[in-house]
Design a protein around this ligand. Sequence first.
Ligand code: UT7
Length: 328
Amino acid sequence: MNAKITATAHYVPERIMTNLELEKLVDTSDEWIRSRTGISQRHIVAENEASSDLSTRVAEQLLAKRGISAEDIDLIIIATVTPDHFTPSTAALVQLNIGAKNAWGFDLSGACSGFLYGLETGSKFISSGHYQKVMVIGVDTMSSILDFTDRNTCVLFGDGAGGVILEPTDSDNGIIDSILKMDGSGGQYLHVPGGGSRMPATIESVEAKQHYIMQDGKKVFKFAVKGMADVSERILKRNNLTGDDIALFIPHQANKRIIDASAERCKISPEKVLINIDRFGNTTAGTIPIGMNEAVENGQIKDGDTILLASFGAGFTWGSILIKWESN
Ligand code: UT7
């Protein structure tokens, strides 16, 4: 039994941080950020706003759009690398906030591929036949792990969340295929060294800025283009599809140049590629569901469309998912 997406929603914090603001914090320029990444601005949480708050806004919208009550939800999966706490899980906080009394849930750590990992996981629960309504949310409050004195990272990321409700379908539509990958040897190139059991927080570790995200951008860039393009090409091929058959390609939004290169390799024409990195930056697990909801709201996705999702991120983690859209 396939899973289909019956509702989409997203939420980004109100505050916008422009490239010009970043020019005042680090040695960078609006021109460099736009031309090297495609980013013009990003949204940043208010003081005291965290991943569960963004996720709760998404969850509330999902319930309203689908016209169901929180008690109808069986399972909540939250993909994030910036949970409010190590424990309790962000899923437990959202469950409490929305009053999903009949749900259990968990957080899933897949970095920029977290939403795709979550979608695959959620769809398998639906396929089991034991679950009717699964909420999958991708959220990251990247500003909580950004060093705003490091120009290599602070210009790239933003905060945001998006999500979906998954339900069973009797048809062959919905989530029809997935390829998910991981290669731990890439972990060193994009990581947060401190704060976990390997390096618990100490005054020294905090002073050494070990709790911030660190990236070897050049290295990640190379793997990202290859990783995203390889799985996207493979999933098209094994479903006897070409880029022409894709109504919309929704790639992870880390860098416009990575997106363009992946789309070109899959022969997907630029007007069928969703780009919103200019407005949101890289929201990690948030990028794909934010893009998906914008596309649904703008009428860019219709029933019957074949939609390709692709991601690449820390771990390394990467993957692609193919959806034959059927909303109800
Ligand atoms: O979502 C998770 C996966 N992450 C990614 O996919 C990110 C992948 N990597 C990238 O997107 C790109 O590598 C970056 C956007 C991070 C960097 O772009 P790049 O074209 O690879 O630049 P670079 O690192 O090769 O740096 C080029 C120059 C360097 O100066 P020199 O050595 O040529 O004098 C950097 O120091 O640009 C400099 N630079 C900056 N200049 C102004 C690096 N960051 C900045 C900055 N503003 N923010």
